[in-house]
Design a protein around this ligand. Sequence first.
Ligand code: AP5
Length: 214
Amino acid sequence: MKIVMLGAPGAGKGTQADRIAEKYAIPHISTGDIFRANLKAGTELGMKAKEYMDKGLLVPDSLTVDLLMDRIAKDDCRDGYVLDGFPRTIPQAEALKSALEKKGEKLDYAIDVDVPDENIIGRMSGRRACVKCGATYHVVYAAPAKEGICDKCGSELILRDDDKPETVKKRLAVYHEQTQPLIDFYKAEGILKTVDGTQNLEKVFADIIDILGA
Ligand code: AP5
């Protein structure tokens, strides 16, 4: 099963992609996580990506598309994957479509996790991310068992640099301008499904399972 998660920053794409990956035993591939891992490792790609991420801007397609194509060519993607944060522009969506077509493949679902802007800022300021494994929590809605510590690997939880309110506002503006048009793109492809992302985490996931099948 090949799935793309759509939605504004903080809509809950990563949270739900994690659950989908676990339930359907497919990899969860987040371009944001890949950039953050590169930054942590001090690679040139990570340094370049940081310049854009810290300003709330998209990393250029020239750095993003090949990276994603290499990732989905790996063996663990044979039975599918859930993409979180890619595509984010129409050229990225077209590049993915044509790469899949060359292999006689196609996406099965584009799931839009719909959350209005007014809900987003609160979510982002309460989000905490693990410095080591990237797992995501929320101080109120998805709190770790021990404050400030990752349930999965025991490492420290931090507020992401790009989750500060000014940067979130910029990310939302960039989302509306460059990423929201993908909703019409995937509607035209006939694979768009929308879930109400303002519901609690479990209800959002239940709605996604209804779409994907148990
Ligand atoms: P990325 O890491 O992809 O960030 P994003 O899309 O902005 O999405 P987020 O990870 O911020 O949010 P999410 O929707 O996954 O929400 P989450 O589940 O964490 O990208 C970061 C940057 O990298 C970009 O700005 C860009 O610069 C660059 N980049 C990445 N991919 C790129 C690409 N393809 N092209 C160009 N540039 C790219 O949830 C948010 C919070 O809410 C959490 O605390 C969570 O616990 C909580 N929460 C989730 N669901 C619920 C719920 N139902 N109720 C209550 N709380 C909830």
